[in-house]
Design a binder for this molecule. Structure first.
Ligand code: OAD
Length: 252
């Protein structure tokens, strides 16, 4: 099937769908200038993201981990949603029950206007107490001074005296129970799942297409290259999300 035929067929089936879900990864934000994790920009100094986004790295050197997140925030502070984010936000008007599960922590889906959003891996602009005392959550880590140390001076401290940490789900950590169970329920109930800009290697997000498919959903992958999902997807729309999603929307 040619790319154009695949796009037409996906649009035809989406028109008949009532429960649509989308799962996004770093690739949807690439055209907004946000580096992907496994792409060439994924390195900071000589560290890989996968070596710093861990509870062990934070326990060993919290200042280093904060410095890395400060750098990441500075790289994306001026990023704005691209046409891919905007199409997914508009899809909520067409399918009011649409759920968007994202592995991204950049906040661009919210900026684009998505409301039924499940942030599986947290949010880079938020911080919380590492000791989970529940007393302090910072919504805008660069905007508001933390109760203890200023955010730009090493490791912010919670009112309880413990360290604050970025409100991110790190490797080896469990996803928030409530968010995960809503995500799994939505995947099982969906008629169609759009999997956009993810390498489909990080679980449990990578298990969602399999779950949705078991329950009868059509799986559509939007990506610039092959992933472990490609062979199992019903349709593959090859190309940048910021071009493919507007082209799909135009056919709906
Ligand atoms: P990755 O960096 O692993 O994968 C990005 C995917 O986007 C790749 O498959 C690219 O081919 C694709 N891509 C790049 N540009 C694109 C574009 N313009 N349009 C469409 N696709 C494009 O990022 P994730 O899959 O999001 O976890 O990574 C999953 C998780 O691993 C992240 O949430 C993060 C990471 O380490 C944590 O931090 C816990």
């Amino acid at each position: 099937m040619s790319d154009t035929d695949a796009l037409r067929e996906v649009a035809r089936r989406l028109r008949a769908a009532t429960r649509v879900m989308a799962l996004t990864g770093a690739g949807i934000s690439a055209e907004s200038g946000v580096p992907t994790f496994r792409g060439p920009d994924g390195l900071w100094r000589n560290f890989r993201a996968t070596d710093l986004a861990t509870p062990g790295a934070f326990a060993r050197d919290p200042a280093l981990v904060w410095e890395w997140y400060r750098w990441r925030r500075s790289r994306i502070r001026d990023a704005r949603p691209n046409p891919g984010h905007l199409v997914l936000a508009r899809f909520e008007r067409r399918w009011p029950a649409l759920t968007l599960a994202t592995q991204n922590v950049d906040g661009l889906h919210t900026q684009a206007g998505s409301r039924r959003l499940l942030e599986l891996h947290g949010n880079i602009w938020r911080a919380r107490c590492a000791a989970r005392c529940g007393r302090t959550v910072i919504q805008d880590v660069d905007g508001a001074a933390a109760p203890g140390t200023a955010p730009d001076a090493g490791v912010p401290l919670c009112a309880c005296g413990g360290w604050m940490r970025p409100d991110i789900v790190w490797f080896g950590e469990a996803l928030d129970d409530g968010i995960l169970s809503r995500t799994l329920d939505e995947a099982a109930a969906s008629d169609a799942l759009l999997v956009v800009g993810t390498s489909s290697v990080v679980y449990p997000a990578a298990a969602l297409p399999g779950l949705a498919r078991q329950h009868g959903a059509m799986i559509v992958e939007v990506n610039v290259e092959d992933t472990p999902l490609t062979g199992a997807a019903d349709f593959v729309l090859r190309g940048p999300a910021g071009e493919v999603l507007p082209a799909l929307e135009a056919l709906l």
